[in-house]
Design a protein around this ligand. Structure first.
Ligand code: MG
Ligand code: ZN
Length: 217
């Protein structure tokens, strides 16, 4: 009998207990948190910039940007957009873990934050396996990635609470079958709420912002 699986389970359950403590802290402080996941280049930081710009007058926004290196470009972009930002260097790890969020929260002015956006590491495989204490997991897919992504990354697509389909302004230039894409999503995650939009042109952003406002109300 292998001992490897029990070890992995133990690590994950330790993570889950930290995640539960984070959720309790967020609820106590009245903070709504989303865990934003995507492949590299899908537009996580662009969506964050748009979201912060649109909502910062109404709600204080905190950002935790996870990256595999000390390059804090994304955290700097969020900060410039008007969010309270913390950069988490995962030290090469390809996902965020709850302990990293706990440590980052200690550096944020929680009393000034109503919406917390966690920008996970760009990766469609393991981030969905690590609970972070967020209230909703949001996946960003994008048109240039191709319509096969739900079929290739079923665990990611089946585990999220909302889907953003970014870069729809590129639909005329890229081979992307929206019907095939949506069929794959619907099979994995029936009734998943989704927002087709373009962070570049702004098309479709209002529906996404409306969904977030409804969560914050
Ligand atoms: Mg980014
Ligand atoms: Zn990973």
């Amino acid at each position: 009998m292998s001992t490897r699986i029990p070890v992995v389970e133990k690590v994950l359950s330790a993570n889950d207990s930290v995640a539960a403590a984070i959720r309790a802290l967020l609820d106590e402080r009245g903070i709504y948190a989303i865990n934003l996941m995507a492949s590299p280049g899908a537009g996580k930081t662009s969506l964050i910039e748009r979201t912060v710009a649109a909502l910062k007058q109404e709600y204080g926004i905190g950002m935790i940007n996870g990256d595999t290196s000390e390059a804090a470009f994304d955290a700097e972009r969020s900060q410039r957009a008007g969010a309270h930002s913390v950069h988490v260097n995962t030290g090469g790890k390809c996902h965020l873990e709850a302990a990293m969020i706990r440590d980052a929260l200690a550096l944020l002015p929680l009393g000034e934050i109503r919406l917390l956006i966690i920008e996970n590491v760009g990766n469609l495989v393991c981030p969905s396996s690590w609970q972070l204490g967020a209230h909703a997991s949001v996946l960003i897919g994008s048109i240039p990635e191709g319509d096969d992504k739900p079929y290739k990354y079923p665990k990611m697509y089946s585990g999220v609470d909302a889907l953003v389909i970014n870069k729809i302004d590129l639909l005329p230039y890229v081979e992307f079958d929206m019907v095939r894409f949506r069929r794959g999503v619907e099979t994995l995650n029936p009734g998943l709420v989704s927002f087709a939009l373009s962070c570049r042109t702004g098309e479709g952003l209002e529906a996404w912002l409306g969904w977030l406002r409804s969560k914050l109300a």
